[in-house]
Write a protein that binds this ligand. Structure first.
Ligand SMILES: Nc1ncnc2c1ncn2[C@@H]1O[C@H](COP(=O)(O)OP(=O)(O)O)[C@@H](O)[C@H]1O
Ligand SMILES: [Mg+2]
Length: 364
């Protein structure tokens, strides 16, 4: 059991600073997910914790120990990769016990650890098979089993589900969450997939270009994104985002879009925006709904638009319409047939509209 702390940690590849002085406190037993687009520095960060990459600046502690100078095997961490290479000529049981055997552990102890891991992962019946006789999901479980038998202080996962098909990915996601509940070990998990991050994490760290954009619980990030980037990265479908300029029209603050549409500035924000300020306003699909199909919000702005496309998904329907020249998406929970070409009145919930300064990208 261990907490992990990163203090001003940087990683350089030549002149390129891939990770830029990041600070991070990972709590004991926490499930922490590092998420962000490809190339933002997630794997580099994880590999520095694992000891697979040198730490160029700053300090990493695991438990009470500073691990900068420790070899990977001295850090008591276990890593599970996307490409989990099992030894093809060994049985599952031998694969599971191999690292313990190398470390010189007695057979009796190895057997008991392997049995425990196999129990946790529900792979007892495959113990005598070779990897080739297993499905993708079963192999992935063996790969996790190899990490479990070592009883590490910290599990490190780097996109472990990326190679699996969608259905299996969902299944394994649930299993990883269950695994965490059973073993109660600190987990640092890297993914580019915001759904994985939202469903697995106690806390999420969103990275972009080597820096941390925001840290928070899944709900924190969803409800109060600190930046425009976080707002559009978290949530599906992605938050609608429209750029505009603040103006005063007949004493009222409005946001004027490039297409000349004027939307009132939400009441809570009218004193913190200035005329001429370039801002983007964002709203989620569920906060712009056809008038007939929802409660009218207390502070709303209505507009009319033609449906470009509708996607009925069962309990909800996504409706794509134009907001000026920009296509936006709205979500309707009442299952009602809406066709392309239908003209609908929409109501935008201004209380749930997010404002961002275009210069800084920060929430207003
Ligand atoms: N071994 C390397 N040599 C040079 N550049 C690298 C190396 N590994 C990663 N990078 C660069 O560092 C940045 C961060 O990479 P990485 O940590 O792998 O990102 P992520 O895991 O978020 O996709 C990227 O721009 C990548 O091209
Ligand atoms: Mg990576």
């Amino acid at each position: 059991m261990a907490k992990v702390t990163l203090e001003k940690v940087s990683k350089f590849y030549g002149n390129v600073e891939a990770v830029k002085k990041i600070n991070l406190d990972i709590k004991d037993k926490e499930f922490l997910v590092l998420v962000g687009p490809s190339g933002c520095g997630k794997s580099s960060t994880l590999r520095m914790i694992a000891g697979l990459e040198e730490i160029d600046e700053g300090k990493i502690n695991i438990g009470k120990k500073t691990v900068n100078e420790l070899e990977p095997r001295e850090r008591n961490v276990s890593m599970v990769f996307q490409n989990y290479a099992l030894y093809p000529h060994m049985t599952v049981e031998e694969n599971l016990g191999f690292s313990l055997k190398i470390a010189g552990m007695k057979k009796k102890d190895i057997d008991s650890r392997v049995a425990e891991a196999a129990g946790i992962l529900d792979i007892e019946e495959f113990l005598h098979r070779k990897p080739a006789q297993l499905s993708g999901g079963q192999r992935q479980r063996v790969a996790m089993g190899r990490a479990i038998v070592r009883r590490p202080d910290v599990f490190l996962f780097d996109e472990p589900l990326s190679n699996l098909d969608a259905k299996l990915r969902n299944q394994m996601r649930t299993e990883i969450k269950r695994l965490h509940q059973k073993v109660e070990t600190t987990i640092v998990y890297v993914t580019h997939d915001q759904v994985e991050a939202m469903t697995l994490a106690d806390r999420i760290v969103i990275m972009k270009d080597g820096i941390i954009e925001q840290i928070g619980t899944p709900l924190d990030l969803f409800e109060t994104p600190a930046t425009k980037f976080v707002a559009t990265f978290i949530g599906s479908p992605s938050m609608n985002m429209i750029s505009s300029i603040v103006e005063t029209d007949q004493g009222k603050k409005i946001m004027k879009t490039a297409d000349g549409i004027s939307v009132p500035v939400p009441v809570s924000k009218k004193d913190v925006v200035k005329d001429g300020q370039k801002i983007s306003f964002g709203f989620r699909a569920e906060d712009i709904v056809p008038l007939k199909f929802g409660n009218k919000p207390s502070q709303s702005w209505d507009y009319k638009s033609k449906v470009n496309l509708s996607e009925p998904l069962g309990t909800e329907t996504l409706i794509f319409t134009n907001f000026g020249k920009i296509e936006i998406v709205s979500r309707m929970f009442t299952p009602e047939l809406v066709r392309a070409g239908d003209e609908l009145d929409f109501s935008l919930n201004l209380d749930r509209t997010y404002l961002f300064d275009d210069e800084t990208g920060k929430a207003i």
